[in-house]
Design a protein around this ligand. Structure first.
Ligand SMILES: Nc1ncnc2c1ncn2[C@@H]1O[C@H](COP(=O)(O)OP(=O)(O)OP(=O)(O)O)[C@@H](O)[C@H]1O
Ligand SMILES: [Mg+2]
Length: 394
């Protein structure tokens, strides 16, 4: 299928790293390593960013303007946000951190060779329409991030491996990087800075690839340039694009109801309100349901209530909660502080840390129900479980 091999030029000072690149590239079809003495423009230039990052970025600017190569990969020991952001601004295709992760390097090269790995979702052909699910806490600390992260992780594990993106919309200091051990990743401020370039290829490059297969977009972890604030327009464009790229887009919406969250609500196909069985939570569920009605959002089943930290012995029963809010709970996720805390502390989803725990299964079953799939235990088992919790069966 490949018509012409892509020429790759390696400008890497560190001998071992250069050797590593050479071996990997030589083992792959469709590439030809170019000699450094060759004056022909290369398809791809892999450039090492050393200690003097300023000098190396100047070199990159010159190499690009003189047409030394069409595309660029950078590799570096330094993965500081500044270097990553600058790399992004300069439109490099991939950033390969050192020490080299061979699997990631192969994936990056394959993606480069074959075009965007999300190419089928590109504008050609029928537009794929994914579901946007916004997870909103009715109060701080009710487990919104726990539900959002593990829901996304459960969806990506469903048969047929749906494509799933997880976005952190907590305005500042979102915690998804902590929940999934992500380091130095781009966040949505970078998107607003580069809004003119926003397309599937750009977004694919910017989203963090978690090893579960999830794509993640965290929130900013610092307050930088005020001039790049995230506007509702940016969010809207981003969500519109993501819907064409992924089967599911899960949003950790935190708890605020401001202009940004209203935009998210407008785009969302489903809103999950996370609440605990406590009076303040239930009061807020009622308030939010009223706000949604007043804002003209579609009623049932657009918004669903998820009771987190569910405990059969709690003072307020599920039935009482449903009566007071006037809404049946969609799902109840059992209380298991040890499992959720150990997942957070290890920076891994529950499926990796506590695969058999009830809390893990409950979220996985909720994901299956949201995706319209039959769960592992069969309908009868599910019916029993639902009846036991006093929930409806989907
Ligand atoms: N089902 C559960 N059972 C027991 N504890 C839970 C459960 N879900 C979450 N928790 C615990 O609640 C705490 C808060 O969780 P999490 O950070 O997910 O909440 P949040 O609503 O996103 O908080 P914030 O408002 O700070 O963003 C964590 O310590 C977590 O372990
Ligand atoms: Mg949170």
């Amino acid at each position: 299928m490949l018509t012409r091999k892509k020429t790759v030029r390696l400008e890497i000072r560190n001998d071992r790293v250069r050797e590593h690149f050479s071996v990997v590239i030589a083992s792959m079809e469709g590439f030809l390593i170019q000699s450094v003495h060759d004056t022909m423009p290369a398809d791809l230039l892999v450039l090492e960013i050393g200690d003097d990052t300023g000098q190396d970025f100047d070199y990159l600017t010159r190499a690009r303007s003189t047409g030394k190569a069409k595309d660029f990969f950078l590799t570096s020991k330094t993965t500081s946000p500044d270097v990553l952001i600058q790399a992004l601004r300069m439109g490099v295709k991939e950033f390969i951190p050192q020490p080299i992760n061979e699997v990631e390097l192969r994936k990056a090269l394959l993606k480069y060779r074959d075009g965007s790995d999300l190419a089928p979702a590109a504008p050609k052909g029928p537009q794929r329409k994914g579901q946007i699910i916004s997870v909103l806490g009715v109060k701080g600390g009710v487990g919104t991030t726990t539900i959002a992260v593990n829901l996304a992780d459960s969806l990506v594990r469903l048969d047929g491996q749906p494509t799933v993106a997880l976005i952190d919309m907590n305005r500042l200091f979102g915690e998804i990087p902590l929940f999934l051990s992500l380091e130095h990743v781009f966040n949505w401020v970078d998107i607003s800075k580069n809004i003119a370039r926003l397309d599937a290829t750009y977004l694919t490059g910017i989203l963090y690839r978690h090893r579960s297969g999830l794509r993640v977009l965290p929130s900013p972890d610092r307050v930088d340039d005020d001039k790049y604030t995230v506007t509702p327009q940016v969010i809207e464009s981003m969500l519109r694009l993501m819907r064409t790229m992924f089967d599911y887009v899960i949003i950790d919406g935190g708890q605020a109801v401001d202009d940004i969250s209203k935009t998210i609500l407008r785009s969302a196909d489903k809103v999950l309100l996370v609440a605990g069985l406590s009076l303040p939570c239930l009061i807020n569920v009622k308030k939010l349901l009223k706000i949604f009605r007043e804002l003209g959002y579609p009623p049932d089943p657009w918004v669903e209530v998820v009771i987190n930290r569910f405990d059969k012995k709690s003072v307020i029963t599920l039935r009482e909660a449903e009566q007071s809010t006037g809404k049946k709970a969609f799902w109840a996720v059992p209380n298991d502080f040890n499992a959720t805390m150990s997942a957070i502390n290890q920076g891994k989803p529950l499926s990796m840390v506590e695969p058999g725990a009830e809390v893990t299964e409950a979220i996985a079953e909720m994901a299956a129900a949201l995706a319209g799939r039959q769960t592992g235990g069969g309908r009868e088992k599910e019916k029993e479980k639902r009846a036991f919790l006093g929930l409806k069966l989907y």
